[in-house]
Design a protein around this ligand. Structure first.
Ligand code: NAD
Length: 312
């Protein structure tokens, strides 16, 4: 696969990150954006980031920053950007019509065997690819922000996606050092956001109902559950948390889990008095202006970088 060409369509936050991930695996990457000058701006930004990562000894892959950059090009013309591509990763705005149009255009410009992959976070494959004639080659490869440090990629098939296309995407993601997982069928929110939304909902309800402060529920995750979830998931947690493994765990705890689960409240409105109160509390510790948010994002990425190192 090495030396093959991948086209990234859309050069915003996620398009740039995908480009860096593919470059680290030694792939040629062609970036296209429909906003003039955006793709070349992306190259300048990627160059800066790769050089910084090299300095910090955090550059991924076996190639130097300069070698990786030599594999990268930007294009304002879609046809030119797709020439020679064998995999297309779409990263345009999260807008159904925009994505449908992009995939129709792309399909008309590439050969039959080129894989069409979308980065969508929340749209269903059967909608994103509804205008594509050959849907067997379509797949969603949903990254987690920032993909350079958080390696999970959810592979979600269209109902017609060929198993070989899933296998192919799986090998590509593994080859570039990501951690792919397969969903066997499409479902709203995929797996990651379904679990994330369950956590958000219960955290919100606990703060809304005055059980705990916003600051403290965040600590429940960052100092408690999150500590082990960086290394083991909920099923392995069950297996390890009883002396004789998961069957023992179920015997001891399943009644209690069910009892607590029946006390969960309805889907929160995320508005009104509770929203005002939660917004006020978080804004007191982290003001919502760009300066503070950027500083916290940088801190997050630094910490994730350290964690990524530890996980290796
Ligand atoms: P973004 O706004 O940073 O970038 C979108 C880019 O697409 C812009 O550069 C824009 O000019 C370009 N674009 C728009 N229409 C286009 C078209 N027709 N052809 C070519 N380029 C076009 O957005 P983002 O955060 O990079 O998100 C991109 C996709 O990735 C979305 O589907 C989003 O849901 C998904 N995603 C985002 C995150 C995240 O945390 N930001 C995480 C996972 C997945």
């Amino acid at each position: 696969l090495k030396g093959k060409t991948i086209t990234v369509v859309g050069s915003g936050l996620i398009g740039r990150s995908w480009a860096m991930v593919f470059l680290s695996g030694g792939y040629k990457v062609k970036i296209y954006d429909n906003k003039a000058g955006q793709a070349s701006a992306a190259i300048a930004e990627i160059k800066k980031q790769l050089e910084e990562l090299q300095q910090a000894r955090m550059l991924r892959g076996n190639l130097s920053a300069a070698e990786q950059l030599s594999l990268l090009s930007s294009h304002d013309d879609l046809q030119q950007a797709l020439e020679g591509a064998y995999f297309v990763q779409e990263c345009v705005f999260e807008d159904l019509e925009a994505k449908q149009t992009v995939f129709q255009e792309v399909e008309n410009l590439v050969k039959e065997n080129v894989i069409l992959s979308s980065s969508t976070s929340c749209l269903m494959p059967s909608n994103v690819f509804s205008g594509v004639k050959n849907q067997t080659r379509c797949i969603i490869s949903h990254p987690v922000n920032p993909p350079y440090y958080v390696r999970l990629v959810e592979l979600v098939p269209h109902p017609k996606t060929h198993e070989t296309v899933m296998d192919f995407a799986y090998s590509l993601m593994t080859d570039v050092g990501q951690a792919p997982v397969r969903l066997r069928k499409e479902i709203d929110g995929f797996a990651l956001n379904r679990v994330q939304y369950a956590i958000i909902a219960e955290s919100w309800r606990l703060v809304q109902d005055g059980v705990i402060s916003a600051k403290d529920i965040d600590l429940v995750m960052s100092e408690g559950l999150g500590m082990r979830y960086a290394f083991i998931g909920p099923i392995e947690t069950m297996h390890l948390n009883a002396p004789e493994g998961i069957e023992d765990y179920l015997q001891r705890y399943s009644e209690g889990i069910k009892r607590v689960l029946t006390t969960f409240g309805p889907v929160p409105e995320f508005s009104g008095e509770a929203a005002a109160r939660i917004t006020k509390e978080i804004s007191e510790s982290i003001p919502g202006d760009q300066e503070h948010l950027t500083a916290r994002r940088e801190r997050r990425d630094q910490l994730l970088m350290g964690l990524a190192k530890l996980k290796k």
